[in-house]
Design a binder for this molecule. Structure first.
Ligand SMILES: *[C@@H]1O[C@H](CO)[C@@H](O)[C@H](O)[C@H]1NC(C)=O
Ligand SMILES: *[C@@H]1O[C@H](CO)[C@@H](O)[C@H](O)[C@H]1NC(C)=O
Ligand SMILES: *[C@@H]1O[C@H](CO)[C@@H](O)[C@H](O)[C@H]1NC(C)=O
Ligand SMILES: *[C@@H]1O[C@H](CO)[C@@H](O)[C@H](O)[C@H]1NC(C)=O
Ligand SMILES: *[C@@H]1O[C@H](CO)[C@@H](O)[C@H](O)[C@H]1NC(C)=O
Ligand SMILES: *[C@@H]1O[C@H](CO)[C@@H](O)[C@H](O)[C@H]1NC(C)=O
Ligand SMILES: *[C@@H]1O[C@H](CO)[C@@H](O)[C@H](O)[C@H]1NC(C)=O
Ligand SMILES: *[C@@H]1O[C@H](CO)[C@@H](O)[C@H](O)[C@H]1NC(C)=O
Ligand SMILES: *[C@@H]1O[C@H](CO)[C@@H](O)[C@H](O)[C@H]1NC(C)=O
Length: 632
């Protein structure tokens, strides 16, 4: 597949040449595009994708996740709101809108981009849902966009489409690692920006900006804001796309990904007061951004944006032509082959095992002493990252197994796999790390990390993921107790039947323990909380939050058994649990939002039955998949 951006630019310039030479009318003009957009929105709230003409291979995306047409929002969209800000690009046959809607009765900001083929059928539907009911209400109060967005600009005042893109791109280049000494003259002196319908420039209400305590930033204009360097916590803006260029209105609709790698620890002083970085940025974060720009001449005059959070490092569903190879180059170090228990895990008070070395390497952000295979892959919460990115840069503490804390290491020498499960800290934010390494012929080929962070404690919702609903059981970062008893209790009857684990996951999916072998005294904890029901009763759906979730979750997919240790009877499993939120309402507020829960579990098997489950739950956008399942 050719990179999307290249196609866009080449095709666009080609059309410009033809069009100006022959003065041909485009096949679908503004009116036509706006009509298709309106058909789409009406089809969405009618829960009926068949009302929209689409190509057979139409791609449908919600918050960066590819879903089947008809899933997700199609099942729960409510009423269309009043606000409907449309951008049309007859040349690229794309149209986008920033609009409002209700979802299970709650207001959302809804952004959509459509690509229309020659024959009028839609081939790409890309949506971003910002679950900010207050932002949606602000838009409803505005009713319509500021008129300057909708005016046709006289021909002699327009700049070319290439120029519109070049000037817009300067915004992202300027924000990335925001250098206070940069040249920000691309902003119009009267520039203003809206974030979720809220003006965040030249605003003198004294409200703190974003997650920070800073009350001066929003009082500045666009250019003065960039001159403070305040936005330097955005460490990379990648996969920049400019799919809709509304030349007549001199507007550009852009879709980009903001990475915040967590290494920037201070906000620069805006008005004589410098601030620590908010705890939200203790851990690596990625935000998907939809932003519209209105230019006046060469300068950015209006900006209208909204963001939503996706897992760190999330790739875009639509190729922006930036393929990066994240495989590691390997080292010349080699581990013993075969590598036995002591080699993989070390011993109780001996941290010389391979898994210990990986933890040490993480703490030091230094992989040079590890036996790494060429092409080694690192993933964090299901996304491939470069070694040295993600929690390699933020981790500051790892609980040590054998010191009576919440930590365990275990392995399977026959499979060449080893695991760590334990409490960590990233800067000041506690987390639970589940780590798997895979060894082949003395070289590590895979390092897979799952990090569940305590996100709900602290001021203003703590570091709770932007726009995610509360979990049924939130982990506040408190100590999870010692794991030693279950690690140490080895016995000879720990043979682990893979079907036991499969039956367990099937049982979670079916909400039935009928075919699951639980020990009578089985103990289950979800996000550190132990209910008073048996493992079996919870699986059968009893109690307020059975298995830490709702009794209405559906599929359990992308099941990955990472490490099975027959000596200690410990199994590390991760799976994705879907919750479509499409049930006859009214649903409680926490159950309104389609969600996928990434559930990582430490399971103790004893005498061929499950005797203990430690389960940690992380919220993911609905339909999330591990990058592992996409590769060969
Ligand atoms: C919308 O306008 C009403 C009436 O002016 C006001 O009370 C309300 O606070 C506004 N809502 C938002 C979210 O701005
Ligand atoms: C900036 O600081 C000065 C002096 O401390 C104060 O008078 C002024 O109100 C502040 N401006 C803003 C926008 O906070
Ligand atoms: C914001 O102010 C509160 C109250 O003074 C303080 O507890 C908190 O640490 C501050 N947060 C940041 C990120 O500066
Ligand atoms: C730790 O265990 C490894 C592997 O069994 C062994 O080579 C090493 O000597 C041990 N170190 C200590 C300090 O006991
Ligand atoms: C961590 O290591 C990576 C890879 O070597 C490097 O690019 C990055 O700058 C390091 N980060 C920190 C904070 O040391
Ligand atoms: C993280 O961001 C910092 C600051 O922009 C940068 O210096 C560093 O290289 C980034 N780390 C990685 C692994 O890209
Ligand atoms: C079990 O827990 C629930 C909720 O935490 C509580 O309401 C109930 O009283 C408890 N039942 C018993 C028998 O302890
Ligand atoms: C939970 O869901 C299952 C499957 O839909 C159902 O059989 C069971 O009765 C439910 N449990 C409760 C307590 O409602
Ligand atoms: C193992 O489980 C079986 C039944 O599942 C039971 O009869 C037996 O006593 C158990 N053995 C031990 C050592 O607990």
């Amino acid at each position: 597949m050719r990179p999307f951006f290249t196609i866009l630019v080449t095709a666009a310039s080609w059309i410009v040449t033809i069009a100006s030479a022959q003065d041909e009318a485009p096949s679908c003009d503004r009116l036509c595009l706006e009509g298709i957009l309106s058909d789409f929105l009406n089809a969405m709230v009618a829960h009926d994708p068949s009302r929209l003409p689409t190509t057979p291979d139409v791609i449908y995306v919600e918050n960066s996740q590819k879903l089947k047409l008809g899933e997700g929002e199609w099942k729960i969209a409510g009423k269309l709101g009043k606000y409907n800000h449309v951008f049309s690009d007859p040349e690229s046959r794309q149209v986008a809108a920033i609009t409002t809607m209700t979802e299970n009765g709650v207001g959302i900001i809804y952004v959509v981009r459509l690509r229309v083929e020659d024959d009028g059928r839609v081939s790409e539907i890309e949506t971003q849902i910002t679950r900010d009911a207050i932002g949606a209400a602000r838009y409803e109060n505005m009713t319509v966009p500021e008129p300057v967005w909708l005016e046709a600009v006289p021909l002699e005042q327009r700049i070319s489409r290439e120029r519109l893109i070049t000037q817009t791109n300067k915004y992202y280049t300027g924000m990335e690692r925001n250098d206070p000494k940069g040249d920000y003259s691309f902003f119009d002196k009267d520039c203003n920006r809206l974030e979720d319908g809220l003006q965040t420039t030249n605003q003198r209400n004294g409200d703190p900006y974003g997650h920070s305590n800073d009350t001066s930033f929003a009082s500045l204009g666009c250019e003065a804001q960039f001159q403070t360097g305040f936005l330097g916590f955005v460490t990379e803006i990648r996969d920049r796309r400019y799919p809709v260029v509304d030349e007549e209105r001199q507007a550009v609709f852009a879709i980009t990904i903001f990475d915040h790698n967590g290494t920037v620890r201070e906000l620069p002083s805006v008005n004589g007061t410098s601030n620590p970085i908010p705890p939200y940025f203790d851990v690596p974060r990625t935000l998907a951004a939809s932003e519209a720009f209105r230019l006046r001449g060469e300068k950015l005059f209006r900006i209208e944006m909204t963001l939503t959070e996706v897992p760190y490092g999330m790739r875009t569903a639509f190729d922006a032509g930036e393929s990066v190879d994240l495989r590691g180059t390997g080292t010349s170090v080699t581990a013993p082959d075969p590598c036995n228990y002591a080699c993989l895990e070390g011993t109780k008070f001996n941290s010389s095992g391979l898994i210990d070395q990986v933890l040490e390497a993480l703490l030091n952000n230094d992989t040079s002493k590890l036996p790494l295979a060429q092409g080694v892959r690192y993933s964090e919460n299901g996304q491939f990252l470069a070694l040295g990115d993600g929690l390699w840069q933020t981790i500051t503490y790892v609980s040590k197994p054998g010191s009576n804390g919440h930590a365990a290491k275990f392995s399977n020498p026959a499979m060449g796999t080893a695991a760590y499960w334990g409490l960590i800290k990233e800067q000041a934010t506690p987390g639970l790390l589940a780590l798997q390494i895979k060894l082949e012929k003395g070289k590590i080929t895979v390092i897979e990390a799952i990090a569940v962070r305590a996100e709900s404690s602290g001021e203003r919702g703590g570091t709770q993921t932007l726009m995610r609903p509360p979990l049924p059981i939130e982990w506040q970062g408190d100590d999870l107790g010692s794991l030693e008893p279950i690690v140490e209790e080895n016995d000879e009857h720990n043979a682990i039947d893979p079907q036991l684990i499969e039956a367990y996951l099937n049982g979670l999916e079916r909400h039935s323990s009928a075919e699951v072998a639980f020990a009578a005294a089985c103990v289950r904890r979800d996000n550190g909380v132990q209910g008073n029901l048996t493992c079996a009763a919870q699986m059968n759906g009893y109690g307020s939050n059975p298995n830490g979730l709702f009794n209405t979750t559906t599929t359990i997919r992308d099941r990955r058994v990472l490490v099975t240790d027959v000596r200690s009877g410990l199994v590390l499993v991760v799976a994705l649990v879907d919750y479509p939120a499409s049930y006859p309402g009214p649903l409680p507020p926490a159950q309104n939002v389609p969600s996928t829960y990434m559930v990582v579990q430490l399971i103790k098997v004893k005498n061929e039955s499950i005797s203990r489950v430690e389960s940690m739950i992380k919220w993911m956008p609905f339909g999330y998949t591990f990058a592992w399942s996409e590769q060969v």
